[in-house]
Design a protein around this ligand. Structure first.
Ligand SMILES: Cc1cc2nc3c(=O)[nH]c(=O)nc-3n(C[C@H](O)[C@H](O)[C@H](O)COP(=O)(O)OP(=O)(O)OC[C@H]3O[C@@H](n4cnc5c(N)ncnc54)[C@H](O)[C@@H]3O)c2cc1C
Length: 287
């Protein structure tokens, strides 16, 4: 018989997972649409109310720890330092206010959609994924955790318990630009996250990640190297990003846009987001 189990603490949740295959449910905003009206095929483990998995905190050993079930709204409102501006902006573009109040950061990452808005900002922060089972704990770089569209490196019995952002990110500023068919409640056609230190008007430690333009969102390391040290004032538009820098991207044609359109949008999104790093702190449209 299928069960719907709501554990009271993390230990109970991990024991339940070790006892047999279960579907993990957080906010359910990807899980339920994925069922497409069919009943669940496996028992459900509802982790959405576990206190251990909620909230963002800074730790002495590991930098920032974002609990797996932290909701987008809470990330946007957490008052995090500028390194997290890109993530907070992404949070406020996920679906609608209702979706942001329900959907979680680990749900976004584990669903592994190529268009998951949370992934590019987390890649620019060198985020890591904390994974636990009843008997073990391991940490994987996010870039290794998502292995393909809808595929993640999780074994049976494991769950994601947190996203970790190393404290080296503290000196960065960040920004996020999303292109959709309209401003809100829309899946990305393409999105770009950037993070860097800006010293004397020059870009240092630049990180650029692009989503919805390859099976898995990815960093553009060639472009990062090419732009490193550039004076932000010299960024004069699309010509700073050449086709060669975009070779790693393989965007598809789908109902939201053609691959060609996506590729043509990326240079503009990169330029806009990099220029915003020297602007005044981002005022988030928390509506
Ligand atoms: C109307 C609508 C609009 C949307 N708009 C956007 C958008 O603009 N941008 C965007 O990126 N997404 C969007 N989404 C998708 C979704 O809201 C987000 O991806 C959200 O972050 C998913 O989180 P969740 O907690 O609801 O995940 P769930 O649906 O609960 O889970 C998603 C998947 O991850 C697994 N999972 C969840 N948590 C864990 C965990 N801790 N460990 C292991 N596996 C886990 C589940 O088993 C499931 O396979 C939208 C969805 C809807 C319905």
């Amino acid at each position: 018989m299928l069960e719907y189990f709501v554990p009271e603490n993390l230990g109970e949740a991990l024991n339940a997972l070790s006892a047999g295959p279960m579907d993990i449910l957080a906010g359910g905003t990807d899980y339920y649409p994925g069922l497409a009206g069919q009943p669940a095929g496996r028992s459900i483990l509802d982790i959405s109310r576990l206190p251990e998995l909620n909230g963002v905190r800074r730790t002495a050993e590991h930098g920032w720890r974002i609990g797996a079930c932290t909701r987008w709204r809470d990330i946007a409102r957490a008052g995090l330092p500028p390194a997290f501006d890109g993530l907070a902006e992404a949070a406020l573009t996920v679906g609608s206010v209702q979706i942001q109040n329900t959907g979680t950061i680990a749900g976004n990452v584990c669903n592994a959609s190529p268009a998951a808005d949370g992934v590019p900002p987390l890649l620019t922060l060198d985020a890591e994924v904390e994974i636990r089972s009843a008997g073990s704990e391991r940490v994987l770089p996010l870039s290794e955790f998502i292995t393909g569209p809808r595929e993640v490196a999780l074994a049976e019995g494991e769950m994601v318990t947190a996203l970790i952002v190393p404290s080296q990110a503290n000196s960065l500023k960040s920004a996020f630009e999303k292109l959709g068919a309209r401003r809100y409640l829309v899946i990305s056609i393409a999105m770009v996250a950037v993070a860097a230190r800006v010293e004397d008007g020059r870009l240092r430690d630049l990180r650029i990640a692009v989503g919805a333009c390859s099976p898995v969102a990815r960093r553009l390391t060639g472009l990062e190297r090419a732009l490193a040290g550039t004076a932000v004032a010299d960024l004069s538009g699309l010509e700073v990003v050449t086709g060669r820098h975009l070779d790693a991207l393989t965007p598809l044609d789908d109902i939201r846009g053609t691959g060609k359109y996506r590729l043509s949008a990326v240079p503009e999104l990169v330029t806009r987001s990099v220029k915003r790093l020297i602007e005044e702190p981002v005022v988030l449209a928390d509506g």
